[in-house]
Design a binder for this molecule. Structure first.
Ligand SMILES: Cc1cc2nc3c(=O)[nH]c(=O)nc-3n(C[C@H](O)[C@H](O)[C@H](O)COP(=O)(O)OP(=O)(O)OC[C@H]3O[C@@H](n4cnc5c(N)ncnc54)[C@H](O)[C@@H]3O)c2cc1C
Length: 411
């Protein structure tokens, strides 16, 4: 049996490794990759450190980190959970570490080590690694698939695994080529949108705080209770970013927002302190330090740069004394600190990490990743309508679905 795996990214590599290691039968494997190397995106992931999976062990909790695809992923994740993924890489010679925020990385902090595992497996196996093969189309003729390329001659195989990724960070090779080919084969592709992106804001003042970060902030969409997230947060030269912003962007991946239709967000940089408690604490401090400046009193709760920006935004002069601040003034400050308003006018251009949307999941068998529409066709990774938050969840989904296909192909 001839099998072509199209895409040498996370899912494709795991699929091939699984076929090679789990089924020593007569599967002839062709791994098709348009780049000259494997796992280009995996190498740059996690800022080059590769956040390979999550340290969360409770599968229910892990699955809750996927705004799209969590139910579909259940079976694949049970068979290749984050714990098993960690064991797999460690058993293949890559020691891993779990950081305090439960992100798992190679101890070396080098994504090359993750891809190196696959290079080693493939080097020692009989497999056709077709680099610089840019797949152009796939046609099904009777029981065979004919794969055509931009330059090389056609390849005829019995089964095809589509592991072409999404269309984020296109410079890595994932340019969304699979979607139109799959539509021609009869599959539905759901609406596509960037996800895990930063926000551009209409207000220019975040630029002056660029780089200022908070371990914990709650960000919500104004007037929409269901869209909120608490996590690390940071101001950038164009707006706001960080895991909490990425997660919120993922929850609202399909909302339309731009200069004409801006989106109001509210940022609470002190989420562990209730509005009333902050008010009381600030009021007590004010009374104990009547002759001191209000700016210095507010600074007890916030970094000075943000304190000054808040004073500026609320037109409180830097030398205004506590004694000059009325209860009403304090209330206004507290309400502002607990819900700093910003106007989002767009996504950070080209900086999204994943594509939300993809192959309609009801057309795919969740156990085997087999197409229910085209016999002999399989899927793995981000090309499916699956995407998760930051924290290792997207690679985890690619490992798990890639492995599910690999296991199924040998059965
Ligand atoms: C900057 C960045 C950082 C990230 N960091 C993390 C992280 O730390 N942890 C995490 O969990 N997730 C992270 N992600 C997301 C994660 O990398 C992806 O979700 C994951 O790599 C998807 O795997 P995949 O196998 O589906 O696709 P990909 O890894 O994108 O692989 C698809 C492959 O298919 C090839 N291909 C595409 N079209 C063709 C064609 N026509 N012919 C031949 N080959 C083709 C591409 O060249 C590519 O090599 C990050 C993403 C980005 C952009």
């Amino acid at each position: 049996m001839k099998v072509a795996i199209v895409g040498g990214g996370a899912a494709g590599m795991m699929c091939v490794a699984t076929i090679l290691e789990e089924h020593k039968n007569d599967v002839e494997v062709f791994l098709i990759e348009k780049n000259v190397l494997l796992g280009k995106k995996v190498i740059i992931s996690g800022g080059g450190r590769c956040n390979v999976t999550t340290g969360i062990e409770d599968l229910k909790l892990v699955l809750s980190k996927y705004p799209r695809g969590s139910k579909f992923l259940q079976s694949a994740m049970h068979r290749f959970s984050p714990v098993q993924v960690r064991d797999w890489f460690e058993n293949h010679g890559v020691p891993l570490k779990c950081e305090d925020d439960l992100r798992v990385f190679p101890v070396s902090n080098d994504g090359h080590d993750i891809v190196g595992v696959f290079e080693k497996i493939f080097r020692n196996s009989k497999i056709d690694l077709l680099f610089k093969h840019n797949m152009k189309n796939i046609v099904k003729e009777k029981n065979k698939f004919i794969i055509s390329f931009k330059e090389q001659k056609d390849l005829e195989v019995d089964k095809v695994v589509m592991a072409l990724g999404g269309q984020a960070y296109r410079q890595t090779g994932s340019t969304g080529d699979g979607y139109s080919i799959l539509e021609k084969l009869g599959h539905k592709i759901t609406e596509l949108a960037p996800s895990l992106n930063s926000f551009l804001t209409q207000e220019k003042w975040p630029k002056e705080l660029s780089g200022l970060s908070f371990e914990k902030a709650t960000i919500k969409v104004k007037g929409q209770k269901k869209y909120q997230f608490t996590g690390p947060f940071l101001f950038t030269h164009t707006g706001v970013s960080g895991p909490a912003v990425f997660a919120l962007s993922s929850l609202i991946a399909f909302e339309k927002y731009d200069k004409q239709n801006p989106l109001g967000i509210l940022i609470d940089v002190l989420p562990d302190l209730s509005l009333d408690n902050l008010f009381l604490e600030l009021q007590n401090l004010r009374e104990e330090n009547l002759k001191k400046t209000f700016k210095n009193t507010l600074h007890k709760f916030l970094p000075m740069s943000l304190t000054e920006k808040i004073c500026e935004n609320l037109q409180i002069s830097f030398d205004k004394k506590n004694v000059e601040m009325s209860k009403k003034d304090l209330r206004i400050v507290v309400e502002y600190v607990k819900a700093i308003p910003l106007t989002v006018i767009g996504r950070g251009v080209g900086d999204e990490f994943v594509t939300a949307g993809g192959v309609e999941l009801s057309e795919v068998d969740p156990k085997t990743m087999k197409s229910k529409i085209v016999p002999g066709l399989y899927f793995g990774g981000e090309i499916l309508n699956i995407d998760g938050f930051t924290g290792g969840f997207n690679l985890q989904a690619s490992w798990a679905t890639g492995r599910a296909v690999g296991l199924a192909l040998g059965e």
